[in-house]
Ligand binder design. Structure first.
Ligand code: SF4
Length: 421
């Protein structure tokens, strides 16, 4: 019972492993991650509840491999250890049964067969490593946890543990299968929120459990990552998760956040960052080139290119004007209907923050006790102190070893009748 309402599966809907909240403030790790990755996608999926039938092939592969490993351990619990051939046959069977037309393969050079074979390989390598699956006692597979994050708050967390096991030395292990092509670092594992939350769920259900080990199986790498959480780390996780939930519940700013994940996003048609791409994909090539947005961007790019060529040309003419003025010893040069005025000022310059000689200059000033006068490494201030003649000659001599006189030029262009300066 929560706030007078009974918490039942009817209070939420599962959408491809993610929980869609209907009435209760229930969150899952995937939901929180989606908000952190792209607030707009989170809003479209969980707030606006816009359903999409499409599914990425990577997610389909992950689900199929998870189902196969679930069967493997469920059977092993009943003392029926599948042979590798039996398990692979099961995998092939559910792949074929569940494959549907809305599965999206974004990598154009790869087909269904590639992913099917990849999943097969993952199952095979897992099997070879862990058969006959009797290193521990499997307590549950695909185990749902649903718990109140903090006693003083209404929020609940939900998740599914791929496999919960107990070892001979009474350590409880939370196993998670990963089919991704990315192997995270140990530091990433030590900071992972998902299994940390699962640990909280387990300890809420069985408070006498003290020793918990978190294990990720990165199947593509035949690699386990293992981590554990102290009580202090768990408390911090609860605080941070509650803070994130507060942010989600109070924000009105669900901005799109572009990343590599956009490739798999189900909402390109509703996203201001991807909508135009999506619209163009549907157009035949001849219409694509005439589409007003494409035409405008092409024009803008063309003009920007010309502008940069013009900027370079202006730089070259400016240099030529300066050379001309020096040769002719003039400061104003007349054109047909305009003129340019030139100024040649001398300014003291010192090495900048990262320039050679800067450290020695700093030491000179510090030793002379003048550092506070020119602190924050303000070379303009230093130049003013030297030019102002406020320091004794010996020090100015030392400081000037690091300085140089540079000619600073500038050109102002105006019409003859608008003469200024
Ligand atoms: S396309 Fe990218 S930025 Fe847009 S909603 Fe999807 S994930 Fe977010």
């Amino acid at each position: 019972m929560l706030n007078g309402k009974i918490l039942t599966p009817g209070n939420f809907r599962i959408c491809r492993g993610n929980v869609i909240m209907l009435m209760m403030p229930i969150y899952s790790h995937s939901q929180l991650s989606m908000y952190q990755q792209c607030p707009l996608k989170y809003k479209l999926c969980y707030r606006d509840k816009i359903k999409r039938d499409t599914e990425g092939v990577e997610a389909f592969l992950g689900t199929t491999v998870h189902e196969t490993l679930k069967k493997c351990y469920d059977d092993a619990r009943l003392t029926r250890v599948n042979t590798l051939d039996e398990l692979l046959a099961y995998y092939e069977n559910i792949w074929q049964q569940n494959w549907h037309d809305a599965i999206i393969i974004t990598k154009k050079d790869l087909g269904q067969e590639h992913y099917r074979a990849l999943g097969r390989k993952l199952v095979e390598s897992y099997y070879r490593r862990y058969a006959p699956f009797d290193a521990d006692i499997t307590i549950a597979t695909e185990m749902m946890i649903n718990f109140q994050l903090e006693d003083s708050r209404k929020h609940r967390l939900i998740g599914y543990i791929d496999r919960l096991a107990r070892t001979g030395d009474d350590i409880y292990e939370i196993h998670d299968y990963k089919t991704s092509a990315h192997l995270p670092s140990q530091e990433d594992a030590d900071n992972d929120r998902q299994l940390g939350l699962y640990q909280i769920g387990i300890q809420k259900r069985w408070p006498d459990i003290k020793n918990i080990r978190l294990i990720w199986h990165y199947l593509a790498f035949d690699r386990e990552l293992v981590s554990s959480r102290s009580g202090e780390v768990i408390s911090k996780l609860v605080t941070e998760t509650s803070r994130l939930i507060d942010e989600i519940e109070t924000t009105a700013d669900f901005r799109p956040q572009e990343s590599g994940r956009c490739e798999w996003c189900e909402y390109p048609d509703l996203c201001p960052l991807r909508k135009h791409f999506y619209q163009l994909e549907a157009l035949p090539v001849n219409e694509y080139r005439r589409e007003p947005g494409v035409v405008l961007v092409n024009k803008y790019a063309e003009l920007k290119e010309k502008a940069s060529e013009i900027d370079m040309e202006i730089g070259r003419v400016k240099e030529a004007i300066l050379d001309y003025a020096r040769e002719q010893q003039v400061e104003v040069i007349k054109g047909s209907d305009r003129k340019v005025r030139l100024r040649f000022d001398e300014k003291l310059k010192f090495p900048g923050k990262n320039d050679a000689g800067r450290q020695e200059l700093d030491s000179t000033l510090i030793e002379a006790g003048k550092w506070p006068e020119v602190s924050q490494l303000d070379t303009a201030l230093l130049a003013r102190a030297i030019e102002g003649g406020q320091w004794d000659k010996g020090l100015i001599y030392e400081v000037m070893k690091h300085g140089r006189i540079e000619t600073v030029s500038s050109i102002h262009i105006s019409k003859l009748k608008d003469e200024v300066e």
